[in-house]
Design a binder for this molecule. Structure first.
Ligand code: NAD
Ligand code: TYD
Length: 353
């Protein structure tokens, strides 16, 4: 039976995917109410939500998911029926340099939300609710070049502290369904790209560095493969799961779009040659740097389950999605420059020293 989310609490709403999700949702369902919660860590940017500041159906709350009492009160006072959980520490490289924050936010933070949801919904007999947990394909570990893509039944074999923290959080979510009966769903998605992605991740970093004539750092041999999905195609998948996903089910979301890192960087360089010609090809900026520790070689998603059960189909091809993305970063230079000017600088020095 179809479930209709009416009042949503979206955690991580000022981050990359969370903010895109809020925009997507308010466009698709303008009558629903959304409370966007975010602790505004280095990765959270209220500017991502500024166009919604006059929308009476959207409220932003500056809060930490670890503050269970506050989350409980938000759920209770606003009659929230649907929690969509994006908030996380999300950058693999940062998890290598400082794993503590990942275990704290991603595991304890998820548990804090589950406790609040249990108290407000289950302990008061509210059965019409959903807790959707947004997770990653990185929980499945790495694939050999010719291995079949990840399905929902693959063993969890996380390799980075980030992936391990997300894998653990998936298990905690599952336990709250099996032990207490919370209506949970989980999605494990491949690498996203699109507007508002923090320029420490590969695609926005490469676009920004091309515009600034800076080197384009390629870890190791650049032959690592990722399965890239335009961010709103991720959001469309979550939308389908919220409405028609089966409780206690996991859905892989992906777009059958595997690329080696070096090839992605070359595609971006060609687009930059077209849109931002500087006399020399941008791929001259490519610089091979030290490989990431424990670098997963290949991720690939088998999205047959969500396609067959829920009718999912990505709308963007990589060609259309990457063009839109490059254009967005060119049109919104102020957005990423303000980030690059700030604390991001110290991170760059540390990671690429
Ligand atoms: P992001 O780092 O851009 O955003 C995370 C947001 O969470 C930020 O706004 C940050 O301020 C907020 N946050 C962090 N700690 C918090 C806390 N304790 N309390 C409240 N808010 C907090 O990350 P993203 O790329 O948008 O990823 C969102 C979710 O999607 C994550 O759970 C991530 O694991 C998952 N995911 C991401 C990708 C990807 O390619 N980016 C792919 C699959 C799954
Ligand atoms: P990233 O965007 O950090 O996502 P994830 O680690 O979650 O897949 O990295 C994507 C790929 O690009 C990954 O294989 C690491 C690689 N990479 C580089 O080669 N150079 C860089 O400067 C960055 C940030 C990533």
């Amino acid at each position: 039976m179809t479930y209709t989310p009416k009042i949503l609490l979206v955690t991580g709403a000022a981050g990359f995917i969370g903010s895109n999700f809020v925009h997507y949702w308010m466009d698709a369902y303008p009558e629903s109410k959304v409370i966007g919660l975010d602790a505004l860590t280095y990765a959270g940017n209220k500017e991502n939500l500024v166009s919604l500041s006059q929308n009476n159906n959207f409220t932003f709350v500056h809060a930490d998911i670890l503050d269970t009492d506050k989350v409980e009160k938000l759920l209770q006072d606003n009659n929230v029926d649907t929690l969509v959980h994006f908030a996380a520490e999300s950058h693999v490289d940062r998890s290598i340099h400082g794993p503590d924050a990942f275990f704290k936010t991603n595991i304890e933070g998820t548990h804090s939300l589950l406790k609040a949801a249990k108290k407000v919904w289950l302990d008061q007999g509210i059965t019409d609710h959903r807790f959707h947990h947004v997770s990653t394909d990185e929980v499945y570990g790495t694939l050999a070049p010719d291995a079949p893509a990840f399905t929902e039944t693959n063993q969890y074999l996380p390799n980075s502290p980030y992936a391990a923290s997300k894998a653990s959080s998936d298990h905690v979510v599952r336990s709250y369904h099996h032990t207490y009966g919370l209506n949970t769903t989980i999605s494990n998605c491949s690498n996203n790209y699109g507007p508002y992605q923090f320029p420490e991740k590969l695609i926005p970093l490469v676009i920004a560095n091309c515009l600034d004539g800076k080197s384009l750092p390629i870890y190791g041999d650049g032959q690592q493969i990722r399965d890239w999905l335009f961010v709103d195609d991720h959001n469309r998948g979550i939308d389908l799961i919220l409405h028609n996903g089966k409780i206690d089910n996991t859905y892989n979301i992906g777009g059958n779009n595997e690329w080696a890192n070096i090839d992605i960087v070359n595609v971006i360089c060609e687009l930059m040659d077209e849109h931002h010609p500087v006399g020399a090809p941008h791929n001259q900026l490519i610089t091979y740097v030290k490989d990431r520790a424990g670098h997963d070689r290949r991720y690939a998603i088998n999205a047959s389950k969500i396609m067959n059960e829920l009718g999912y189909k990505p709308q963007e091809t990589f060609e259309t999605g990457i063009r839109k993305t490059v254009q967005w970063y060119m049109d919104n230079e102020q957005w990423w420059r303000r980030i690059m000017d700030g604390s991001y600088k110290t991170w760059l020095d540390k990671n690429y020293e």
